[in-house]
Structures are given as structure tokens and as C-alpha cells.
Design a protein around this ligand. Sequence first.
Ligand code: GLA
Length: 383
Amino acid sequence: MDIQTLKSSFRKIFQTEPVLVKSPGRINIIGEHTDYNNGFVMPAAINKAIYVAVSQRDDQEIHLYAESYQQKHVASIDQIEKSDKSWANYILGVADQIKKRGFEFSGFNLYLDGNVPLGAGLSSSAALECATAFAINHLNNLGISQMDLALISQKAEHEFAGVNCGIMDQFASVFGKKDQAMMLDCRSMKYEYIPLKLDGYRLVLLNTNVKHSLADSAYNERRSQCEQGVAWIKEYEPEVNSLRDVSLEMLEKYVKAKDMEVYRKCTFVVQEIARVIKAADQLANGDLTALGKLMFATHEGLSKDYEVSCKELDFLVDFVRDFDGVIGARMMGGGFGGCTINIVKDEQIETLIDKITIAYQNTFNLNVEAYVVETGDGSSLLG
Ligand code: GLA
């Protein structure tokens, strides 16, 4: 993204000078569907981002323009309502949350562009929310902490996009650091950076180029199933507040007989939380082979037990399983489409991409897109 182009596009539309904010998309090494269960996640920010150019207005109006949709939207801070344009809702949802927290801020102009592939499970929506929160905070000197910017953005997603997401995506978009993964404890919100030492290997994303429509409803349903499991256990073990506090024995004892579906979903989450803890050590010790095995195990669980995969994702993971130079692979993010994340030996990347492109095309008549991931920094002001 070229800063000068962003600025001049903004000037053409709004006839004034902007400041620029950049918020990245994210990957997740391991720890899927654990964030809303108070577990651990291990995301990293990437070098693809959403860019917003913004300026303050002297009224209470919000004027938006999205480059990729070539669409405008106008709203008012006095009465923030959901729009029928989904891109605008991420911005309006954030403004609404900041207002609900009692902050006063002036109207603003916002021009939006970016290079995070949309609908690919790289959290372009979280990036847009975080960029908006960062921009409103900056323009009005509100003094909102980084963690609160992430939490505000998450709440916007719940209320204006209708997805009861966890905190991982917004956290990664705010706190990311180049060459680092982050180990976040979603119960205490404490986190540490772990250097992404990949020594001769790289992270490759393979984009299925599908996003099945049940993604959002299934996501919310999984979350309720996890909460149901916790509620049943809590009847007997009152100190349990989330699946983070739950053992496999408790699931066996209190949930299995009640509902096999809920049991399988909760079992996956408890196992996945344990995998992230192991993975953090393995990454820190440079044991990529062991980490790769855990990623395959995560995929298996997401596909068979948690049931958030799809045939396209399963195909991509199965294809690389015995491929020379691939030591780990799994679907990434909420599921039902988007990308797989793969640890691949440098020299094998090209061959892998060539072969899998043909195989995927032959099977689904669809193009698979490959991105060799570069990590990047979290939300920042570009000036
Ligand atoms: C989506 C959500 C995240 C997280 C993942 C699954 O990306 O936004 O909060 O739950 O799915 O790990």
C-alpha cells in the first residue's frame, strides 16, 4: 500500500488532510476456538493490513468511503445504527462502543483500503475494527489503552456483525510484533512474545477461496455448546467457570451421558488448550517437527470433533500430509473456509504450490491462493 496514494485518494474525496492508521491481519499458529473458552492462543500479526485515512470533522457526522467496494456511507454519532453495508458496520460498531463507554468524540471522515484478503480467515474485519478504534482514540486524544482498543473492537463485532467472537483477532491486530508469535492467556489477558524461529522453514497459507455461509451461525452455536458443557459441570463443581478450568475426567463424568455432541466439542477444546501450552515450549526450543505434529492433531480435532472444517480445507491438509518438506498443517481460524496454515521447508515451497494448485483445481474447479507469510507489527499511526 502506498502512503501517498492513500493520502491523495482521501484528499480527492474529503478535500482535507488525513492521518493514516494501519492495522494488520493475523495468523494463528495453534489454539483454535480456545479464546472464548478462556484458554490460550498463539497468533501473530502479518504484513497485510487494513489502512484507514482519517480526519476530524467539526460536526457529529461520520463520512465513510471504502475503496474496494467504491461505496460511501454517511451516519451520525447522535444516532448510530447498523447499516446494510457490512464493511460500514465494523466502523460504526466501534464508534458505537466508544460512545457507549461514555467517551465524547467529534465526527470524522474515513477512507478505507487494504491488502488483507477478504473472507480468507485472516481477520480483515478485526483489522478494520482496530484501525477505527485506534483512529478515533488518536483524533480525540481519548487515552484508551491498547487492550481496551482490542476489547472495544471485539464488542463491536458481537453487536454490529453478530459474531460472538473471542479476543484473539483483535488482540493480534493491536499487539502484533514483527518476527514474533504471541502466547495469550485469554483468562488473565497476560501475554508474552515468542520469537518465530523457523530456521529453513516458512509459514505458507493456502487459501481455499471458499467461505461457506453457515460459518457465523455455526461459530455462535459452538460457543453455546461450550457454555452448556460448563454449566452442566458447574452444577457439581462450582469453582469451574470456563473450559479452561475443566479436565477430561470432568467431561467424562458430567457431560458425556447428557449430550454426546456437547461432550465431543468440549473435549476438543480441553485438548486444544493443552496443545497450545506444549506448542509454546516447542516453538521456544525450535522443535518444529513436534509443533507440526500438534498442528495436524489440531486439524483432526477441528474436523472430526469440533466439526468446523469443510471438504476444501480437509483436502488441502490431506494433500500436504505426506508431502516432502511439510512438517505441519491445519485449518486456521473460525473454519468453514478460509486458509490452511502450513510449515514448509524453504526449498519445497514452489513445488508444493505448483502441485497443490493443479490438484485443487482438478478437484474443486477452484483456484487455491498461496501466501508465504511475513509477520508484521500491530496497529500503528503512519503519520
Ligand atoms: C475467529 C474468531 C476468533 C477465534 C477463531 C477460532 O477468528 O474471531 O475469536 O475464536 O475464530 O479460533
